[in-house]
Ligand binder design. Sequence first.
Ligand SMILES: [Ca+2]
Ligand SMILES: [Ca+2]
Length: 597
Amino acid sequence: MRQKFVTSRSPPRVHRVLSCVTLGALALLAARAHAAEPRITSAVPTAGGWQVAVQDIASPAFQLDGQAVTARRSAGGQGDGNTWDIPATDAAAAARLVIKQGNRDILALRLKADTPAAAPFSDWTVYHIMLEDFANGDASNDRAGLRRWVHPNYAGGDLQGVLGKVDYLKSLGVNAVWLSPLFAAETSHGYDVMNYYRVGDAVAVPRDRDAAMQLYHKTVDALHAAGIRVILDLPLNHASGSYERRDGDPQGLKPKATAAQQEAEKLWESWNTGFRFWNFQDAGTREFLTDVGRFWLTEGKVDGFRLDYVRGVPHDFWAEFYAAMKATKPDAFLFGEAWQDAAAPGPNAEDIATYYAPVPGIGPQFDGLIGFPMQMVMTEVFARGAGSATELEYWLQYTGALYGAQGQPVNFLDNHDMSRFLAWTGTQHGHERLLAALGFMAALSSPMVVFYGTETGINGGRPEAGFSDAGRIPMPWNSLDTRLIGRVAEILKARAQLPAITRGARLPLFCDDKVLVMRKQHQSGDVLVAVNLGEAERTVQLPAAAVGAGSGAWESVLGTSAPQVSGDGSINWTLPPLSTSWARHQVPVRAAAHAII
Ligand SMILES: [Ca+2]
Ligand SMILES: [Ca+2]
């Protein structure tokens, strides 16, 4: 199958030499060794169902939408013969293909486009703002109330600064922002909340609670008017040891604290953070924290929460909190951070899966979890140039199976707790690697996050594996890289315009060490997405049945070349080095008229 797809060259699978390994990269390397990479190499709809090619799985057992199906070896199969015809009386209705080994789901693909109702957040493109670093709109509040840790790079950023950049955010093509904790706090990062019901002095108006709240509302209203949703970063595991018990507990629920319990919490305590850890055995504390969520969804008019350090909080609380928030605001987006910074993608993925699982008797815990495993793999493959494109395909399928039918990752390349993507690329082709990664990530039917400053090339210096706050750097408003910003905006805006990209089925077409091609299938018109990790141009050939578009041309959406259609309907597509390209099928006018999105 693989030979059939590539004409220009078919390199032998070379042993990957792991050179220039920093000590800090060991966790990532451990992950590499773990990846066996069995995978579905292509999935093509046929008249009677699906033709699916697999690799490195001796006897695959298939399920469609939870039902076992009997697959037959495909007569037309190539290569190792591991191509299967999967019958489906109504192929268009089948939503999810799973490959099982024993009792375990090992790989999964979504074969059907999602409706906005089924996947309401998959088109969210979130800009992650670290308030202290993003924009200083008011020098008079700088450092107000910050009596504990202030980051050496503290730039005085605040809500007035965000308000002044609404047009910038809109021009970048994002449709949501995630604001770092904006509550009263004594550190510049704000994760030590002193009062969940008060906006912090250093990010708003010092010592004037009402004026601070007015500025908050003005900022939220301006973002909403620009079509940008607002997500608050909400730490519920812990708060400041100097929490304002009376004023910060307007309901009189008397929240109780405990000593640090998890290893991570004990580490933070050793840093003298002064955190208190909420006691989830206490009913009043649980009701208090739930009330905090309700307050910000209603009075605060926010569109969702990024829930901090979910690993420190019991699953049953998350399920109760989820139910309470959905009862308050059904379309709120609730996504969590479950991360073990010293662990490889595999253990992280298994842990994350426990937060996708509904709690028996209560219900779901989250709409999504931040996609740390894919972030690690993308860093390895795109930034470090050390992995193979097949790892991207494997990890998408593997986590798709592990997270279950409802599991929707919130994808990202880097954040405030780790080295930036561009710290890992070295000095060669960093921007090309970044844009290739963004183009790939943006093409997945999932919400995604861009960390502030990524678009202007903030790199944050030397990379470190695991936790690092070195990427928290002031946004360089006086020296923006307008060329890079334009290219990032091009990706984000193209994503916003193409339902195939944000909601389409994802059908793998081809993958080898350097190249990955997938088809995003949607009734409004398919999009082909191709990644070339190589430093040389590559031409891929895709059979007519795989691209399935019938007549009509392909137009380039991202990148410099469009697929060329041959007489037999197959296409040749020349991919520039270190790039991700998107091409859109031009749906004939008559067909397009029937494509209701
Ligand atoms: Ca300020
Ligand atoms: Ca805890």
